[in-house]
Design a protein around this ligand. Structure first.
Ligand SMILES: [Zn+2]
Length: 171
């Protein structure tokens, strides 16, 4: 079996400031290693961005200036909707705005990798209706998180948003 690593498919890494929580979740869903900054100070953010070669997404002009001095790539992703922001990011960083496959998608809550799990093992954690309607499930590999995913309603929303992104790119 050919093993495809996350890293070879989704090379760019991100660090995202407090203003862009939704965008950080999106980047993870799309398979990008993304740190969401909630408790870090400016220096910690800059150190991480620099040492791990992460694109910095921020609305903080001070932080942006400091980052530029350190040659960290930084973006202020303005745009009203999440789709507009994703398209702007696609144009500047070349991220893939395509439906992620399970081997590359990351946990939207904690950024860890996810893996498929047998439904029987998680029956106590999903609702009856969900169990009846879906067969494929994934679980976050982080022991502290263990969030469960399936291709339910939110999956359709993702597909729909990606379609809107494509329309924006084509227009
Ligand atoms: Zn998780």
């Amino acid at each position: 079996m050919k093993v495809i690593s996350n890293e070879s498919l989704r090379k760019q890494k991100f660090i995202v400031d407090k203003m862009y929580r939704k965008l950080s979740r999106w980047l993870r869903i799309l398979g990008y290693d993304t740190i969401f900054v909630s408790l870090l100070n400016d220096n910690e953010v800059l150190n991480l961005a620099s040492s791990e070669n992460r694109f910095l997404i921020t609305r903080d002009e001070d932080l942006e200036q400091k980052a530029k001095k350190l040659k960290i790539k930084t973006f202020n992703v303005n745009g009203k909707t999440i789709e507009e922001r994703l398209v702007k990011l696609q144009k500047t960083t070349g991220i893939e705005l395509t439906m992620p496959s399970e081997i590359i998608s990351r946990c939207s809550k904690c950024n860890s990798k996810i893996e498929s799990i047998n439904k029987e093992k998680i029956l106590d954690r999903i609702l009856d209706g969900t169990e009846k309607q879906f067969d494929a499930f994934w679980i976050c590999t982080n022991d502290k998180c263990k969030h469960i995913f399936w291709k339910g309603h939110h999956w359709e929303e993702i597909a729909n948003s990606l379609k809107i992104c494509q329309e924006l790119i084509d227009s």
